[in-house]
Design a protein around this ligand. Structure first.
Ligand SMILES: Nc1ncnc2c1ncn2[C@@H]1O[C@H](COP(=O)(O)OP(=O)(O)OP(=O)(O)O)[C@@H](O)[C@H]1O
Length: 446
């Protein structure tokens, strides 16, 4: 039988399955080919059951496709392939990652190799989270344990977690690093309970050097999973094994999560990622365009970044759309071109953030009336919210300074400019004011 029997299957599966599934279920398998048999070894029972249930029929079909006259027999078990060299996945990077990982350890393949510190653009909004993540890489299990990263959708939490995992693996290729979404933890646990394999489940998750677990808000309301995670979490911390968690909100704000978990999550370092400011958005766009081999004029990046503010995933979506349009039409990427390519998206955005909406939201936040913001009153309790609203209108809408002045009771454009500068300097000198700004822009952009 050909040595490349499993390789042939892998090549087909790589075309058929999304990367996530390949990395989680298929690439961790080891193959041994003997006579008319293909033996596949799974690193643990979960992988074994999952592959049996979801992929074995397809693998058998692929085997039969290669030897229609005498289809090879597929045998699956837990363990490591005893002698022969492993059959490498066709993706070279994955194959390198696998070769360095002991077979029976929780595999490292669910790390996305593109999410590294090198591809993570630093800005004010993510500086602390990035610095803390680098500390974790330098001193895993010691520096900040657990590291809890929270922030809105699409702001780079997952990217940072993978960057930690990849850097840990680069420093110590035999490190047992496990990245997973909380949903997977829950699914594995249920499966383990069904199969009476909870001890194996425990061993699996407690045997890692670093557990990177994403979107833990998913545990909300799932008591049994929380219980299990609580014990896993404690065991890891006691063993000085690193835990990194991400969540879409501050731990104390997760409804349906046990108090003891909330409090324990705060034992290490809890750190926020905020929505990126304009300069960071521009830098991210330029960096992503560069990675895609596109020469993006800075003024186009600036235009897109100014108009798409909600999160980086949306920013990437807009960039992809512009690049695809340029590719199909062969036209150069200019501001006008981007404007036309993003027409629908921008119209939607404009509808969402209007000056009226900003005035209303700011007035509610500071408990003043909208009419006060538009009035001539100059007391600080009114002037500050008014300046805040003007600065937000400049940042979040595409209106000009005179247009914004008009919308605020017919003020001059220099008043708006002054408000923007004042807000900028207050944000730098007054942390509370800066937090107000972030809260408001988050509310308005979501
Ligand atoms: N600072 C950054 N530099 C470069 N790319 C970034 C940065 N932050 C986020 N991204 C990119 O934005 C996209 C979304 O990021 P990511 O998936 O990490 O968000 P998230 O915070 O985990 O969101 P969710 O809560 O929805 O899972 C990814 O493609 C990521 O590479």
């Amino acid at each position: 039988m050909s040595e490349s029997l499993w390789k042939g299957c892998l090549q087909r599966l790589e075309k058929e399955l999304p990367d996530q599934q390949l990395n989680t279920w298929i690439r961790p398998l080891q193959a041994e080919e003997q006579g008319n048999q293909l033996r596949l070894y799974a690193p643990n029972r979960f992988v074994l059951d999952w592959v049996r249930e979801h992929f074995s029929t397809r693998i058998e079909e692929l085997l039969a496709g290669q030897y229609p006259d005498s289809p090879p027999q597929l045998i699956m078990s837990i363990g490591a392939q005893p002698t022969a060299p492993r059959v490498a996945a066709s993706d070279e990077r994955e194959s390198r990652a696998r070769t360095s990982a002991p077979a029976s350890t929780p595999h490292n393949a669910n790390l996305n190799r593109d999410f590294t510190f090198d591809t993570f653009v630093e800005g004010k909004s993510n500086q602390l989270a990035r610095a803390a993540s680098l500390q974790v890489v330098d001193n895993p299990g010691q520096a900040y344990n657990p590291l809890f990263i929270y922030g809105g959708v699409g702001l780079g939490k997952t990217h940072l977690m993978h960057a930690i995992g990849n850097a840990l693996m680069n420093g110590r290729p035999d490190a047992r690093v496990l990245y997973l979404h909380s949903e997977r933890f829950v699914a594995d646990m249920i499966k383990a309970l069904q199969h009476n394999a909870i001890n194996e489940f425990k061993r699996h998750y407690r045997g890692v050097d670093a557990l990177l677990i994403d979107d833990i808000q998913f545990f909300a309301g799932k008591e049994r999973s929380q219980e299990e995670f609580f014990h896993t979490f404690n065991a890891l911390l006691e063993g000085h094994q690193q835990v990194v968690m991400s969540c879409d909100r501050y731990p104390k704000e997760i409804n349906g999560l046990e108090e003891r978990l909330k409090s324990r999550f705060g034992w290490g370092l809890t750190i926020a990622i905020d929505p990126p400011e304009l300069e960071t958005r521009v830098a991210i766009l330029l960096s992503k365009a560069d990675q895609a081999g596109i020469d993006m004029p800075p003024e186009v990046a600036f235009f897109i970044a100014k108009r798409i503010r909600s999160n980086i995933r949306e920013l990437e979506g807009a960039l992809r759309r512009v690049m695809a349009n340029a590719h199909f039409t062969g036209e150069p990427i200019t501001v006008d071109f981007a404007k036309s390519a993003l027409r629908d998206l921008l119209a939607l955005q404009d509808k969402l953030v209007t000056t009226e909406n900003i005035q209303k939201t700011v007035a509610e936040y500071y408990k003043v009336r909208v009419s006060d913001l538009l009035s001539k009153r100059r007391s600080r309790s009114i002037a500050r919210p008014r300046q805040m609203a003007m600065a937000l209108a400049k940042e979040l809408t595409s209106h000009s300074l005179p247009e914004i002045g008009d919308a605020f009771g017919g003020r001059d454009h220099t008043t708006v400019l002054h408000a923007c500068r004042k807000v900028q300097s207050l944000r730098e000198s007054d942390a509370r004011f800066d937090e107000d700004y972030h809260n408001l822009s988050r509310t308005l952009s979501s």
